[in-house]
Design a protein around this ligand. Structure first.
Ligand SMILES: Nc1ncnc2c1ncn2[C@@H]1O[C@H](COP(=O)(O)OP(=O)(O)O)[C@@H](O)[C@H]1O
Ligand SMILES: [Mg+2]
Length: 224
């Protein structure tokens, strides 16, 4: 599903965000990417989504080379991805339902099905009671759930969640991680970045990838 070989990303200002990393993620795996702030986690996610291009090495995502990807291919590939952005990117002034429906905009899903699918996704994240609330009136934990519903409604092959437990208390954070784990059915791979390693239930995890200053280190579960 994802293979990186000596993958590097250097930003135009010279910052080396990732330095010759290697990784392999299979379909259906739950993978945690951990590391301190500024270590390169978001940069890796940007590469996986084609927002940034590798400056050296190779990256393949869902059988596509991300080295040569153009806008058209990137749009195509995005159909299979369900991103949960660090800053969530919900739209204020719109309801929870509308926000989730927006996740389906560019997918080949008939419009008549949008409401039912969005309602189902919101049930999965336990937000049925907030369906007509406005995004700006939700707590941060509820907003995270909307962002997750907007990702899963796409029925993606790959869910990518960047610091999905940021700003949450322990109980809500654990709930979010359990929710993301439960989405792994249907062969969906789930990639989660976090620096809150103490909240991870290591029994459920297939790979821990630790980033430090742009370099990867595979760690065994016991080290967390
Ligand atoms: N657009 C950018 N231009 C230049 N440097 C960047 C840019 N985005 C991130 N960086 C730098 O790249 C490094 C990795 O950042 P990032 O991937 O956001 O880390 P993390 O998500 O682990 O906090 C940091 O040193 C950061 O300052
Ligand atoms: Mg980040």
């Amino acid at each position: 599903m994802i293979t990186a070989k000596n993958l590097s990303l250097q930003y135009p200002d010279g910052t080396i965000a990732l330095n010759e990393i290697n990784l392999h993620i299979k379909a259906g795996e739950l993978v945690y990417i951990t590391g301190p702030s500024g270590s390169g986690k978001t940069s890796l996610i940007k590469l996986l989504m084609g927002i940034e291009k590798p400056t050296a090495g190779q990256l393949e995502v869902l059988s596509h080379s991300m080295n040569r990807i153009d806008v058209k291919n990137r749009m195509f590939l995005r159909q299979y991805m369900g991103p949960v952005f660090q800053e969530l990117k919900l739209i204020n002034g719109r309801t929870v339902l509308d926000n989730v429906i927006l996740g389906m905009r560019f997918l080949p899903i008939p419009k008549q099905q949008w409401k039912t699918l969005a309602t189902d996704a919101l049930e999965k994240v336990k937000l049925s009671h907030k369906i007509l609330s406005y995004a700006e009136n939700l707590s941060w934990g509820e907003k995270q759930r909307v962002a997750i519903a907007r990702a899963i409604v796409r029925r993606p092959s790959l869910i990518i969640a960047d610091e999905p437990t940021g700003n949450l208390d322990r109980k809500n954070a654990i709930n979010i991680l359990e929710l993301l784990n439960s989405l792994r059915q249907e062969n969906t791979s789930v990639i989660i970045t976090t620096h809150a390693t103490h909240l991870i239930d290591s029994k459920l995890v297939d790979q821990f990838i630790q980033i430090a200053a742009g370099q990867l280190e595979a760690k065994s579960m016991e080290e967390f």
